[in-house]
Design a protein around this ligand. Structure first.
Ligand code: PLZ
Length: 453
């Protein structure tokens, strides 16, 4: 058993260990307090209250040690309380906590932008701007694209997820729970079909070419290329179901945008920062977006987000046109520098590929044994299985939540996703030990075994 060293906290044994039912009595008490004090609109995947976390495990208030296959939705890729994040944050928080970059600047912000300009796809001249959340980064990417082009329309995809603010809700596809009752939504947002191999009517082999035809045809007929400021796409879709477009689709789309002066925006908020086995999911096919939005994995758990892209597009905005009180907060910047240093030193893209090499064969084996699994997909440590009524492509959300619940009860934190709630997704910290990965897969196997046949 390996021990995850954390600076300033206890070393956490890398093992699953349950001492109560899940959630235990202390968590249940806290949940009652939560229900009396916190708005109902916030929900939990699993209501265990965490007291410590590191590597691939979370410790709860009852003393249970749970395996983490969620990373707080693809955030703690470097592990929780990763050593370099803790050191840099601790140093920074003792120096100064805030000045507001718009009032008085500091070096950490500039360093994070330099790093972003270096690690994001393409070697062209770039600029970055920092924000607090993924949704805020997407909002700003759209602002910048509109400003640079003088156009208004924004094209997004079926199954897209871009956030919960007014503009990003309009860009997000799924109604329940994200949009229901929250309208009216921002205008000039147009939705086109996603290249979704498992569900493409003409079959996966024809998906890339046919989807490109459909998308460009719809933009031409229903929007007009000259009105489109930006096409925004997650290079691997996240909340919408971990949908991986077939090879050729993203390069084709990027080429089409170039041809028509449309800003091509890759939303790498979930797929970025080593998660897919490359620094960014776009790297897989050497696609170079005009703008990239990042968040989540960027700062090891502290709130930070960014827009990075072509200097001419970014710098089209007047001084004072972008900003916010907290965007690029010095403590969050220190965390990002620690996280990026960890990714580089520990070669976390390779670690993500190894996670995929262990998990994909196991998931494919499950799919052979359990016909409820219709598709296995993903790259690196961004993997998923889609559950359907056997022999059909009809989504099976009930089986999906039954499997997730059984995993939770056994001490494995596992997330679902998908427009139809029928996808189990796997997002372990990239530093998770092979033993924990293996144990987690065993729990998943047992959970499928418990499904009524
Ligand atoms: N773009 C691709 O995945 C956030 C949302 C969880 P924020 N995904 C997790 C939830 O239910 O709120 C996300 C994403 C992509 C944008 C966002 C938005 O990022 O930091 O949550 O605003």
């Amino acid at each position: 058993m390996s021990v995850h060293p954390t600076v300033g906290g206890p070393a956490i044994a890398q093992q699953r260990h349950l001492v109560t039912e899940i959630p235990g009595p202390i968590s249940r008490k806290l949940l009652a307090r939560r229900q009396a004090s916190v708005a109902r609109g916030l929900s939990h995947v699993l209501p265990v209250f965490v007291t410590a976390a590191g590597g691939g495990v979370l410790i709860d208030a009852d003393g249970n040690s749970l395996i983490d296959f969620g990373s707080g939705i693809a955030v703690t890729s470097v592990g929780n309380s990763a050593e370099l994040v803790v050191t840099r944050v601790t140093e920074q928080v003792a120096q100064f906590t805030h000045t507001c970059f718009m009032v008085v600047p500091y070096e950490g912000y500039v360093q994070v932008c330099e790093e972003l300009n270096r690690v994001t796809p393409g070697s062209h001249d770039k600029r970055s701007a920092l924000f607090n959340s993924g949704a805020e980064a997407v909002e700003n990417a759209v602002k910048i694209a509109r400003h640079a082009t003088g156009r208004q329309a924004v094209v997004v995809f079926d199954h897209a997820y871009h956030g919960r603010t007014n503009l990003t809700m309009a860009m997000t596809a799924k109604n329940m729970p994200y949009k229901d009752g929250f309208g009216p939504f921002a205008g000039e947002v147009y939705r086109v079909p996603m290249a979704y191999p498992f569900r493409w009517p003409g079959g996966p082999a024809r998906c890339a070419a046919e989807a490109l035809d459909v998308v460009t045809g719809l933009i031409h007929a229903q929007v007009g290329e000259h009105r489109v400021a930006a096409v925004v796409i997650e290079p691997i879709q996240g909340e919408g179901g971990f949908i991986v477009p077939p090879d050729g689709f993203l390069p084709g789309l990027a080429g089409y945008c170039r041809e028509h002066g449309i800003v091509f925006i890759a939303d790498e908020i979930q797929s970025g920062f080593c998660r897919t086995g490359d620094w960014f999911a776009c790297d897989h096919e050497a696609v170079v977006p005009d703008l990239v939005t990042t968040a989540k994995g960027i700062a090891g758990g502290l709130p930070l987000a960014a827009v990075t892209g072509r200097a001419d597009i970014m710098d089209s905005v007047q001084a004072g046109g972008l900003g916010g009180t907290y965007g690029g907060n010095p403590v969050a910047c220190a965390a990002a520098l620690g996280a990026i240093e960890t990714m580089t030193k520990e070669d976390l893209p390779a670690a993500a590929r190894r996670v995929g090499e262990v998990m994909l064969p196991r998931l494919r084996d499950l799919a052979r044994r359990y016909p409820v699994i219709g598709d296995v997909r993903g790259r690196g440590a961004m993997l998923a299985i889609e559950l359907v009524k056997p022999g059909t492509i009809e989504p099976d959300a009930a089986a999906t939540s039954a499997v997730a619940r059984a995993c939770h009860a056994a001490g494995l934190i596992l997330l679902t996703c998908g427009t139809h709630g029928n996808v189990l997704r796997f997002l372990p910290p990239l530093v998770i030990s092979p033993d924990l990965l293996d144990e987690g897969m065993g729990i998943l196997d047992d959970a499928f075994g418990q499904l009524p046949s």
